[in-house]
Design a protein around this ligand. Structure first.
Ligand SMILES: NC(=O)C1=CN([C@@H]2O[C@H](COP(=O)(O)OP(=O)(O)OC[C@H]3O[C@@H](n4cnc5c(N)ncnc54)[C@H](OP(=O)(O)O)[C@@H]3O)[C@@H](O)[C@H]2O)C=CC1
Ligand SMILES: CC(C)(CO)C(=O)C(=O)O
Length: 318
């Protein structure tokens, strides 16, 4: 069965997903101004992207092409089996709002993003609008970045896990195999997987954004490493207090990731350097909100959040 899939946020990860789903019908929900501009033209507006496969991926899949070009039509209110949102977490509601009156044509919305909190915001909003679509959440270990506005480099092959927002294992069985998205695995413990990723991001992202360093420097620079150890301890203890068990020692896990992505700039550092809003509000900020509710202090997280936010909000170069 061919799925009808809408993609909102055709950036790095959105383009990678579109490549995996190209045997199906993929529409793009472009920024509203572009969508409106083309809504009344005779020809269907196409969103063009090129995806280049990095050496690490071609080593694993020498049979894949070195690059491919995607030309995807603008969504014109067709019925959708899935609407997949791959904007940054903080852009979710703003991106969906212009399409609000057409969302009754959508069976399921999947937020495939880092960060937390946006799922609850959207669930609340969908309920208020009386929209019955199912809400799904997903997390990806793929690695991709944009070379420019239309070209994306797929640097590291990963895995995508998806699960229902209010996970109900009984209902999961009702998702027919034919409705499952390629390159995704349906799981019943999506929240636990997202929390594992949240813990890692809550350590690496604010530190790399603050020190403006590569991921690997957090392990190799003694001063940064000490800060990393202190922050990992704060985050890990907080997770324990909330009853969110982590699979392994957070410091060890974060050092492992910092080393395996040593030459990477974290997404938060990339945003700071580009003078864009970071996703820290949905990472460290989310933890601070939880901490506030529980009457717990997270001094290191708060200090880093304030410092990084100051810089992005006031557009300071540092
Ligand atoms: N890149 C990666 O390797 C990974 C990313 N992630 C997560 O995936 C999510 C997306 O990240 P990534 O792909 O890197 O980000 P990008 O910035 O590359 O892509 C985000 C896309 O959303 C679009 N967008 C933003 N606001 C709107 C709007 N109002 N209406 C329509 N489109 C909008 C942007 O459009 P425009 O181009 O016009 O700004 C852009 O195309 C994040 O949560 C990230 O943390 C998770 C794992 C890995
Ligand atoms: C794991 C890490 C820190 C890799 O860079 C990441 O997810 C990010 O940059 O947002």
């Amino acid at each position: 069965m061919s799925l009808s899939i809408g993609l909102l946020g055709l950036g790095a990860i959105g383009t990678v997903m579109a490549s995996y789903w190209r045997q199906h019908t993929v529409f793009v929900l472009g920024r509203c101004a572009a969508a409106l501009q083309h809504a009344h033209t005779e020809h269907q507006y196409k969103h063009k992207r090129s995806l280049t496969y990095g050496p690490a991926i071609l080593n694993q899949h020498p049979e894949w092409p070195e690059a491919l070009t995607l030309s995807l039509p603008q969504w014109n209110h067709q019925r959708l089996d899935w609407l997949v949102v791959t904007t940054k977490a903080g852009d979710t509601l703003e991106a969906l709002l212009p399409y609000a009156s057409q969302l009754h044509r959508v069976e399921r919305i999947l937020l495939l993003q880092n960060g937390m909190g946006q799922h609850e915001q959207l669930a609340h909003w969908l309920k208020k609008q009386g929209l019955p679509c199912e809400l799904w959440r997903g997390t990806s270990t793929d690695g991709a970045y944009r070379l420019d506005k239309t070209r994306v480099m797929y640097a590291g092959l990963g895995h995508v896990w998806v699960g229902q927002h209010r996970s109900n294992p009984a209902r999961l069985c009702t998702l027919p195999t034919s409705c499952r998205l390629p390159h995704t695995e349906v799981v019943t413990d999506i929240l636990a997987r997202q929390r594992e990723k949240l813990a890692i991001n809550a350590v690496i992202n604010p530190l790399t954004a603050h020190y403006r360093c590569l991921n690997g420097e957090l392990a190799s620079n003694i001063r940064y490493r000490q800060q990393l150890q202190a922050l990992a301890t704060e985050v890990e203890q907080f997770f324990l207090q909330l009853g969110w068990p982590l699979q392994e020692n957070l410091f060890d896990r974060v050092i492992q990731i910092a080393l395996s992505t040593a030459q990477n700039r974290s997404s938060s550092l990339q945003d700071v350097l580009a003078n864009k809003a970071t996703e820290l509000r949905h990472i460290s900020g989310y933890l601070l909100t939880q901490a506030n509710t529980s009457g717990i202090e997270l001094p290191l997280t708060r200090a880093l959040m304030d410092q990084v936010n100051d810089r992005t909000e006031h557009g300071k170069q540092f």
